[in-house]
Design a protein around this ligand. Structure first.
Ligand SMILES: Cc1cc2nc3c(=O)[nH]c(=O)nc-3n(C[C@H](O)[C@H](O)[C@H](O)COP(=O)(O)O)c2cc1C
Length: 407
């Protein structure tokens, strides 16, 4: 298993006055955390998700926690930066889907501890589901309601389209029909261009057809064009890249090819990277399931390091074991503007900050204010390392920094 270079320590050591202030803040509910962080610490934690400015970099990743409007409302009220909706499976005008096998109902999820190959304990969620199990029509109704809550809050639809074996035809009518439907809903609710994620998932990386470099690269290069051709207006398109089951080095090849300085890839941003795949693990009668924890963040951080000290040529939305401000900052040092989280919103509540509140509020408070591994502590640490103590500092600056300066 690969080992990334950690550019930051596991526990941040910062000046006493800030440490004391953070310990105090950690214990109490703070209604406008971003304003408070600016005033008390001189730090701006805002960032970007495509065309949107977001108040903090922490969002919700596509999955079982974004399948109904109530969940999205809780994200907004809980203070997240953005939410990505569950992945819908593209269908044609006849409501038939070439990827029908992805529409399975599997409500049972188990949150488990998992020790990584490098010996670190984290959490993983095990289940055997795949995409949105209902119809596109029902997805569009859900999407419209979620978009209607708050005009400035990014709510990003996610879609999985037909992926043919090399040399065979794409079901273009499914691309066109589904993208147009999503676009129509978006336009009723938003002025900005459509922001859309295309999901390449772990389960896919475990299937025969994905077992070859040529196949994977061909999909990654072709699919953005097919999606963009589906509507006349520009789409701000994100591609959620899979962690392939191929050699580790291939993950770095993907990064260099798609996100390197010379890339002419048509996607506007990449979500790096979807979960790993364990072909042997059995769950509820299914052999082969996706998993996360530190193996996932280790591989993701290692793969993104392929570009250091260059920055990726596209916006990066990080995903994978973001369970602390520390891990978010490791991704940011590799150019990520924000982080999409699933597992950390499901872990035992004892992992969260000791405040009253909803799961999302407590998780976010933990991510921001933990005095040793939270985002604010980490930003203070980096600022002090750069000899800029007490100067105004921003999260975005970290995404532009040469991380080697911190070693
Ligand atoms: C139960 C479950 C369901 C998921 N469903 C989707 C999905 O429909 N589409 C998608 O793009 N990613 C899906 N994911 C992947 C997450 O969006 C996320 O990228 C991944 O779990 C890594 O983040 P984490 O370590 O914070 O969980 C799912 C993950 C889990 C655990």
């Amino acid at each position: 298993m690969v080992k990334p270079t950690y550019f930051l320590p596991r526990k941040f050591t910062i000046s006493d006055n800030y440490y004391k202030a953070l310990k105090e803040d950690y214990q109490k509910v703070i209604s406008e955390p971003e304003e408070h962080i600016k005033e008390r610490y001189g730090i701006d934690v805002s960032s970007f998700y495509g065309p949107y400015k977001i108040k903090n970099p922490f969002g919700k990743a596509s999955g079982q926690l974004s399948t109904n409007a109530k969940q999205i409302k809780a994200d907004i009220e809980g203070g997240l930066g953005f939410s990505v909706l569950k992945t819908v499976i593209a269908e044609g005008p006849d409501q038939v889907s070439e990827m029908e096998a992805w529409k399975i109902s599997a409500p049972r999820m188990v949150v488990e501890k998992i020790t990584s190959k490098n010996g670190e304990e984290g959490y993983t969620v095990t289940w055997k589901g795949r995409g949105w199990e209902k119809s596109l029509k029902e997805y569009l109704e859900f999407m419209e309601e979620a978009l209607s809550f708050c005009p400035n809050y990014p709510v990003i639809p996610s879609c999985k389209y037909h992926l043919p074996p090399l040399g065979t035809e794409y079901k273009i009518e499914e691309y066109a029909y589904t993208t147009q439907k999503i676009y129509e809903v978006w336009k009723r609710q938003r002025k900005e261009e459509l922001v859309l994620e295309k999901d390449f998932s772990a389960t896919l990386a475990g299937e025969d057809a994905a077992g070859q470099k040529e196949q994977v690269l061909s999909w990654l290069l072709t699919v953005p064009q097919k999606i963009k051709e589906s509507v006349e207006d520009p789409i701000y398109l994100g591609v959620k890249l899979m962690n392939t089951t191929l050699l580790d080095e291939f993950q770095r090849e993907i990064v260099r090819e798609l996100l390197g300085p010379k890339s002419n890839w048509l996607a506007d941003y990449a979500v790096c990277f979807n979960r790993l795949f364990d072909p042997q693990k059995e769950f509820d009668g299914k052999v082969g399931v996706a998993y996360g924890g530190y193996d996932l963040s280790d591989r993701n951080l290692w793969a993104l390091e392929a570009l250091v000290p260059e920055k990726p040529s596209r916006m990066i939305s990080a995903t994978g074991n973001i369970c602390s401000g520390h891990i978010m900052l490791e991704y940011a040092l590799r150019g990520a503007s924000n982080g999409q989280i699933h597992t950390f919103y499901q872990v035992p509540a004892s992992e969260y900050a000791p405040i009253e509140g909803t799961r999302i509020q407590r998780a976010l408070h933990e991510l921001l204010f933990n005095p040793e591994k939270g985002l604010v502590a980490g930003l203070i640490y980096i600022r002090e390392r750069l000899n800029k103590a007490d100067e105004p500092f921003t999260f975005v600056e970290v995404t532009e920094l040469d991380p080697r300066k911190l070693l």
